[in-house]
Design a protein around this ligand. Structure first.
Ligand code: ZN
Length: 605
């Protein structure tokens, strides 16, 4: 039935009962294009109040997924709303073009899997491939974004690989450097000793075969307490117990860690004699040994300590202490490889540290610390001023100073090291431990965790500013402010911004190649580079190009070396892509070299 009504849009009878929405949408899009409505909506508001909008760049070597579409609608909604309120809202699209995803795509297309193959084929050829791969999908992106009815300017779009953009990234780093907010340090990462490269966390999620079950020896080792504080506490000679599944890291044991509020017990060896007693020791001396471990874990060790069962061990407890009381008690080191404090800086090592990360879920509640081979170990020991010492070369083999296992592969050193510990009477328990363990997605070998040199931004110095700035942000939904985001800010650590890779903005640091004449220079502009090196980096086409390998060709003799033999060379690292894309507010307008006035009045967004 049809009602006899009419409207300004014609008779109601003409309304299609089942409209085809995609068609209507296409009609609207076609009208917007003919009319140039988007551009007009900005131009008409010239001189009006501005609402500044920065569009973070998506990564372009794939097609958009639903996540992009969803954020795309949010990025469209607010600018349109503000436009309707009379504000001028300019918005420009951008492309995130550097980084590992582009490299992996290039490797796939080239049919190579190893970092060494990239070096063999030459960085220039490899980077050319990576560059092609990131721009392959830009047209499809534009089609998608336009089809979802989003208004954004593609014509004036920026790319993170543009020389101007990259120069601004260099300027940002140099600015941090001049303020003392950028520094070189170490971080502990999953590391493939066969490919001789650290892996990113992303690479631990490459496929389902990365985590595989693996059998490792687990050992519980004794650390007799010594020194003035042990004496004062009446703990001299008490053997602290620590458990590890990586016996090969014990040569670089430089500390022990306990939890501040964990309860520890001192318990003497039981009637059957403890398992660490050296063969030939008289039983009386053996029974006189005393041990230190977390109260919660005593039952697990009752048998090893010479008791019939847990109840007997608990009954024998002589005293209890809180972890905090054990702070800075020294212990007798396992090996003497790094005993020379002058050579190794170990004057502050071999003592008990206190940290919240220690738990009593397994082991002894006392954690062996090898600063170069554990993320927490590195954090806890560096805060205590204990040095980071490497016992392995890049190929995972022991260095000469670890005389007992020099030249051995890390995993092959477990056996001989355990034998040594047993002979020295330092081994309480040895067992086999099956656990899910990460393997290299390329070569399938088990990874190790290892400290690698890295450049950092000192985020911890500006954390208070970040937290107070968060208070001024209106979040939707509101709980993110003090929830996910606020918590993340509170726990913020220094940001590792370097990647030992190929396709990215170069970290503009040059170092002397002779440690006898050390010098470090940082650069923040093309002008500064030309001033010191006498020329600019140029690619085969003769264009100024800040990418590797052209930037690496810039070298000069070290001004601080009177012999004139040492050379200033760029460190190989490139920036983490998040440093790149995070530079978008200023780098897209080539700040500070151009558009100073615009940026200074348009930041923050
Ligand atoms: Zn590998």
């Amino acid at each position: 039935m049809t009602y006899p009504r009419t409207s300004a849009f014609g008779p109601a009878a003409e309304v299609v009962p089942s409209p085809r929405f995609p068609e209507i949408e296409r009609d609207v899009l076609a009208f917007w294009e003919r009319d140039d409505t988007f551009r007009a909506s900005i131009e008409q508001r010239d001189g009006a109040d501005e609402w500044v909008f920065y569009d973070g760049p998506p990564f372009a070597n794939g097609l958009p997924h639903y996540g992009h579409l969803l954020t795309g609608y949010a990025k469209d909604l607010f600018p349109r709303f503000q436009t309707m309120r009379g504000k001028k809202v300019d918005r420009v699209f951008g492309w995130d073009t550097h980084g590992l995803p582009a490299e992996l795509e290039a490797m796939k297309q080239l049919g190579i899997t190893e970092k060494s193959e990239i070096e063999d084929m030459g960085i220039a050829a490899f980077n050319a491939k990576a560059k092609d791969s990131v721009l392959e999908y830009t047209q499809q992106w534009e089609d998608y974004v336009t089809r979802q009815a989003r208004w954004v300017d593609f014509e004036r779009g920026y790319k993170t690989l543009d020389t101007g953009y990259m120069e601004s990234v260099l300027w940002a780093f140099k600015t941090l450097w001049d303020k003392g907010l950028a520094y070189e340090g170490h971080r502990v990462l999953p590391y493939c000793w066969r490919d001789e490269t650290p892996l990113s966390n992303h690479e631990l999620r490459m496929d389902d075969d990365v985590y595989k079950m693996r059998q490792d020896p687990s050992v519980t080792v004794t650390f007799p307490l010594v020194g003035v504080k042990a004496e004062t506490l009446g703990l001299t000679g008490v053997r602290a117990l620590a458990w590890t599944t990586t016996p090969w890291t014990l040569p670089t044991n430089l500390a022990l860690a306990v939890g501040p509020d964990i309860e520890y017990v001192v318990v003497p060896g039981g009637p059957a004699g403890a398992a660490d007693v050296k063969a030939g020791d008289d039983s009386e001396g053996a029974a006189a040994h005393r041990y230190l471990l977390a109260s919660d874990l005593l039952a697990n060790y009752a048998k090893d300590l010479g008791y019939e069962g847990a109840a007997a061990a608990v009954e024998a407890v002589e005293r209890t202490l809180r972890g905090e009381e054990l702070r800075d008690v020294h212990y007798d080191r396992l090996f003497d490889y790094y005993a020379d404090a002058e050579t190794w800086g170990t004057g502050t090592a071999w003592r008990i540290l206190v940290d919240d990360y220690v738990t009593t879920t397994d082991g002894t509640g006392i954690v062996h610390q090898a600063p170069a081979y554990g993320e927490d170990d590195h954090r806890v020991t560096s805060a205590a001023g204990i040095p980071l010492i490497m016992s392995l070369d890049d190929g995972g083999r022991f260095l000469p100073q670890v005389t007992d296992v020099a030249g051995e592969l890390w995993m092959d050193a477990n056996r001989p090291l355990i034998r040594l510990l047993r002979a020295e009477g330092r081994l309480l328990r040895e067992a086999s431990y099956e656990h899910s363990y990460p393997h290299c997605w390329r070569c399938r070998n088990p990874l190790i965790y290892k400290a690698v040199s890295s450049w950092f931004v000192r985020v911890t110095d500006i954390k208070d500013d970040l937290i107070s700035a968060n208070e001024q942000i209106t979040w939707a939904p509101e709980n993110v402010k003090h929830g996910q985001f606020g918590k993340w800010l509170e726990g913020a650590r220094d940001w590792s911004i370097s990647r030992n890779r190929f396709w990215g903005s170069p970290i503009p640091v040059w170092k002397s190649d002779d440690p006898e004449y050390p010098r470090v220079d940082a650069y923040g502009s093309l002008e500064e580079l030309e001033r010191d090196f006498g020329r600019l980096p140029r690619n085969e086409a003769g264009e100024v190009d800040l990418h590797r390998p052209y930037i690496d060709d810039l070298t000069r003799s070290n001004p601080d070396d009177p012999t004139g033999r040492s050379t200033m060379r760029r460190i190989e690292d490139v920036f983490d892509v998040w440093f790149d894309s995070g530079s978008m507010p200023y780098a897209q307008v080539h700040y500070t070299f151009e558009n100073r006035e615009w940026f200074d009045t348009h930041a923050p967004a």
